[in-house]
Design a protein around this ligand. Sequence first.
Ligand SMILES: NC(=O)c1ccc[n+]([C@@H]2O[C@H](COP(=O)([O-])OP(=O)(O)OC[C@H]3O[C@@H](n4cnc5c(N)ncnc54)[C@H](OP(=O)(O)O)[C@@H]3O)[C@@H](O)[C@H]2O)c1
Length: 247
Amino acid sequence: MSAVSTTTDTGLGIALVTGATSGIGRATALRLARDGWEVVVHGRNAKRGAEVVREIETQGGRARFVAADLKDVAAVRNLVDQVGDIDVLVNNAGASWFGPTAALDEATFDDLFDGNVRSAYFLVAGIAPGMAKRSSGSIINLASMAGQIGLDGGAAYGATKAALSSMTRSWAAEFSPRGVRVNAVAAGPVYSASEKAPLIDRLGATTLIGRGAQVEEIAEVIAFLGSDKASYLTGATLAVDGGRTAI
Ligand SMILES: NC(=O)c1ccc[n+]([C@@H]2O[C@H](COP(=O)([O-])OP(=O)(O)OC[C@H]3O[C@@H](n4cnc5c(N)ncnc54)[C@H](OP(=O)(O)O)[C@@H]3O)[C@@H](O)[C@H]2O)c1
């Protein structure tokens, strides 16, 4: 039942958070470190990565930074080799694009699918079998309400996030009988680095709670899914969207 297997002398085990140099990923890395996980902080920006590691260490936690551009599948495989055994994998790194369908060029379309979908696929392909061998582990994929409902201008981005929810169910079917839980968080509008405040204000107003989320409100749910408190939860996509998809 335990999600712990590579237990370090200081804590629960090792968590890899992709895209932890900013936004939801950064808040998740800080939260998991506070909970006692040793955190592998992933991203591209080494300066911001070092800052997150320093912040974790200042708070008494353990972390290291690993850089990789996840649009590059060779870099994804290299990341798998570098990190070794992982107990909690948070597939958070991702990019969004909103606009008229006819205005999206092919290169950006490919970047969205390579960075949001293919990257998570091959990280799971590289890391989940080891978890299954150790009969423990938790994988959390960052989906979105954009993958659950139709948003004007969000066809391609929403499709990448719907793919993550779909893969979550299939990976649960594949790995949960061997002790690995796989879930997704379908976040609503969140104030983060990449999302412009006016867009989050506008989308936030359409939720039942009437506002966008702070990154810590999403990190809290991710940390729960990574912990043994969520021991009977797998294959689920949790809507953390202020009730937007309930209506
Ligand atoms: N904000 C929202 O409203 C919202 C809503 C629903 C779902 N989400 C999802 O939540 C996740 C985090 O979003 P956020 O708003 O927190 O984003 P953010 O603040 O822009 O941070 C994105 C993170 O992902 C990393 N990243 C992006 N593309 C990458 C690539 N190709 N290779 C390696 N790292 C890459 C960035 O690394 P560097 O900066 O180091 O390059 C950064 O750490 C995304 O998957 C997003 O789709 C966000």
